[in-house]
Every structure is written in structure tokens, then in C-alpha cells.
Design a protein around this ligand. Structure first.
Ligand code: DQA
Length: 156
């Protein structure tokens, strides 16, 4: 069985309640349902993980890589909102680069338009190693990222 991964970083477990004027009213559970529904009939599944701690996200991506390399779980792509770590984390960038070099595409997602916000949000350590970036389209951005990964895998 092949899967896609939905990965969310710090404070994104609060989606729906957290600053809805910036991030919308959909919860992370709503986003997961949206993506799971899209995968019906494709033969692929979704594994979702959220954590507030950088090292846990790095460790999770490390397991994605190892499981893929050892032919235990084939990952077709990762939809990743790294939250604030986008702007700070070389470790997460390295983890995404490891995946990219193993043939696992990562699409970076931001609910808000980070370029219309504070200057410190304009730089992403991850974007250079991501397959693509979806910014400012709210929860729909996750669905668009999955759509791109489906298409990339010939499943759209
Ligand atoms: C975010 C943007 C980041 O700058 C911020 O730290 C977040 C959410 C977004 O989805 O718009 O936590 O990644």
C-alpha cells in the first residue's frame, strides 16, 4: 500500500481556534478528512502527524525515509506545513532534502500569505528543497498540494 503524508508543525494542532482571521476556521481534523476523502479510489492512504517539537518532526521524517528505503512503507509525497520552523529550521530542511533525494517530494504549505506578513516570515529554509510551495489559500492549500502530488504520481 502506498501512502501520502500530511505533516504539521507547531501550533497547527490549534487550527480552527487559533487566530481564525489568519488561519481560518477549519480544524486539522477537517483538513485530514478533506485529504482522506480525496484519496478514496486512488489506492493510496493518508498518514497524518502533528507535533510542536522540531526534533519530533525531524525524527518523523527520518522514519518516513527509512521505511521507504527499506521497502516497508512506500511514501508518494509529503504535504508539510512546518509552521514557524519554516523560518528557522536547518534540521527540517536537511530532512526534506534527504526525502527529495530519495525521490519523495515535499510540498510546503502555508495557510496564510506569509509574504503579506512580517518580514521574518518571508524567508523559508525549506522552499529550496521543496517540490513546490502553496501559500495563502487557507485549508484549500493542503488539498491543492495533495492534488499536485497525485498528479506527480500519475494518480490525479
Ligand atoms: C504558517 C505561517 C508561519 O509563519 C507561522 O509561524 C505558522 C503558520 C501558515 O500556515 O501560514 O505557524 O505556516
Amino acid at each position: 500500500m502506498s501512502r501520502f503524508v500530511l505533516l504539521n508543525g507547531p501550533n497547527l494542532g490549534l487550527l480552527g481556534r487559533r487566530q481564525p482571521h489568519l488561519y481560518g476556521t477549519s480544524t486539522l481534523a477537517d483538513v485530514e478528512t478533506l485529504l482522506r476523502n480525496r484519496l478514496v479510489g486512488t489506492g493510496a492512504t493518508l498518514d497524518a502527524f502533528q507535533h510542536d517539537v522540531e526534533g519530533e518532526l525531524v525524527a518523523f521524517l527520518g522514519r518516513v525515509f527509512l521505511d521507504h528505503e527499506e521497502h516497508k512503507v512506500k511514501t508518494l509525497g509529503v504535504v508539510f506545513n512546518p509552521g514557524a520552523y519554516t523560518h528557522t529550521s536547518i534540521a527540517l530542511r536537511d530532512a526534506c532534502e534527504i526525502l527529495a533525494q530519495a525521490g519523495i517530494s515535499v510540498v510546503e504549505v502555508h495557510l496564510s500569505n506569509v509574504f503579506a506578513r512580517e518580514p521574518f516570515r518571508h524567508h523559508s529554509y525549506l522552499s529550496p528543497v521543496a517540490k513546490g510551495v502553496v501559500v495563502g489559500l487557507g485549508a484549500q492549500g493542503y488539498a491543492l498540494a495533495l492534488e499536485a502530488l497525485l498528479s506527480h504520481n500519475g494518480l490525479a
